[in-house]
Design a protein around this ligand. Structure first.
Ligand code: ATP
Ligand code: MG
Length: 409
């Protein structure tokens, strides 16, 4: 039995790291007024295919599609936003604008597995609906940054910011870009050649060296921004500057789909190799409508938990139990009653299961026990228990009554 390529078991140490990241993130997101939600891991294929579009990498190459026994075509969730928009529409939540949701979810993409890139991975995300002001964009950027700060990884990332303007500005720009790129059509990478027809703005984010060279002198999107788009971007920048949120403008940062508008941002790290994007987001004003809902604006981000985990320098430590170890087989029953009794008082208690005394001690130490209680009926008859401090190695007797207080302290 082998795990599926690109999937990864979370063994206790890593599980703890993931739980810690999610706990810290939810605390921050809730402080910013976001409410936690969860949506199904699979949806009708259409839920993801329509917003992402056939030309996107996700739909054309990366989606896990399922034909179920009832003849339905479903897909495993490749990202969080589409499912949350579907949730908004199918639960009648469009009447309750503005609305702010957050989540921590597994996602699935058929990609080439490498460092920081898996086929099942996990995302933390937020979505803010119903606010067309740039304050919402600022809030989404700020909550992302606060999560990274609370996890003490903010010193390893830089905020890249861009605007792709509104639909009108992008139409003007697209024409200029296509005209420019036609002059180099034969030199473009095969992928970019296809994109020139289907989705030219995605070429801006090509990683091909030849493409990058051609793009160096391409027209700049910011030169095509209309006054409204410019004012929106200036407004956002002003809030960020007032709040001392540092950023660099990166005109190569794009989202190639029509329902995106204005803000695009990424927190990028140099410490993760080629997969440097830790947290990415932007404004998607046309999305709810595209999915059959009302004309509700939105802005949000998604962040890879595995990538954050790689940046963590302070690992969370597991709970340290007190391990109860019976000296001999005759002491087992009394040991178990002590275990049950102490657990009822909410203490972290483990049982030293099997082997001789020294083996059980070793196992307790390996499990990072804070204390061991070596229990014998003889001691118990005198109302005494032998307590060992596993850090100092000190061993002393405590009375049965005194024990819970001692352990709580
Ligand atoms: P990339 O350029 O790395 O392929 P993307 O544009 O496909 O990223 P998004 O769809 O914006 O990524 O997803 C948001 C975040 O989720 C990414 O910034 C990254 O942290 C994480 N992520 C995306 N795909 C994967 C994956 N296959 N494995 C692990 N994390 C991922
Ligand atoms: Mg990708």
């Amino acid at each position: 039995m082998q795990p599926v390529r690109g999937t990864h078991d979370l063994l206790p140490e890593e599980f703890l790291v993931h739980s810690y990241i999610k706990k810290v993130a939810f605390e921050v997101m809730e402080n910013f007024g976001f409410s936690g939600v969860d949506t199904p891991i699979f949806e009708f294929l259409e839920v993801f295919a329509r917003p992402l579009g056939d030309a996107s990498d996700i739909v054309s190459k990366e989606m896990y599609t399922i034909h179920d026994k009832g003849g339905e075509v479903l897909a495993l969730r490749p990202e969080g936003t589409a499912g949350v928009v579907r949730m908004l529409i199918s639960n009648g939540l469009q009447q309750e604008m503005p609305a702010k949701f957050c989540y921590a979810i597994p996602c699935f993409r058929y990609e080439r597995p490498q460092k920081g890139r898996q086929r099942q991975f996990h995302q933390i995300g937020t979505e803010l609906f119903g606010v067309s002001s740039f304050y919402a964009d600022a809030e989404v950027i700020a909550v992302g940054l606060e999560i990274l700060k609370s996890l003490k990884v903010d010193n390893q990332v830089r905020l890249h910011l861009n605007t792709i303007g509104d639909l009108e500005s992008r139409k003007v720009y697209r024409e200029k870009l296509v005209e420019y790129l036609r002059g180099y059509e034969n030199d473009l990478s095969p992928e970019s050649k296809i994109r020139l027809e289907k989705n030219p703005m995605r070429i801006l984010d090509s990683k091909d060296q030849g493409d990058r060279k051609i793009l160096e002198s391409a027209p700049l999107l910011h030169d095509s921004l209309n006054p409204e788009s410019r004012a929106f971007f200036d407004g956002l920048r002003n809030v960020l500057e007032t709040q001392n949120i540092a950023y660099t403008i990166d005109q190569k940062l794009v989202r190639g789909l029509d329902y995106y508008s204005h803000t695009v941002f990424e927190f990028i790290s140099d410490n993760l190799g080629a997969q440097g994007t830790v947290l990415a987001g932007g404004r998607y004003d046309g999305l709810v409508k595209l999915m059959g809902g009302q004309d509700i604006p939105g802005v949000g981000f998604g962040s890879g938990i595995e990538r954050i985990a790689m940046l963590l320098t302070e690992k969370p430590s597991p709970k340290r139990p007190t391990t109860i170890i019976p000296v001999s087989a005759e002491d087992e029953e009394a040991a178990w009653s002590l275990v049950f009794n102490l657990r009822k008082q909410g203490l972290p208690i483990d049982m030293g299961y099997s082997g001789n005394l020294s083996k059980r001690m070793k196992k307790a130490s390996k499990n990072n026990a804070r204390y061991c209680i070596v229990l014998s009926k003889g001691d118990l008859a005198n109302n005494q228990l032998s307590l060992k401090d596993m850090d100092s190695g000190d061993q002393f007797m405590v009375s049965v009554e005194e024990l819970p207080l001692r352990l709580k302290a």
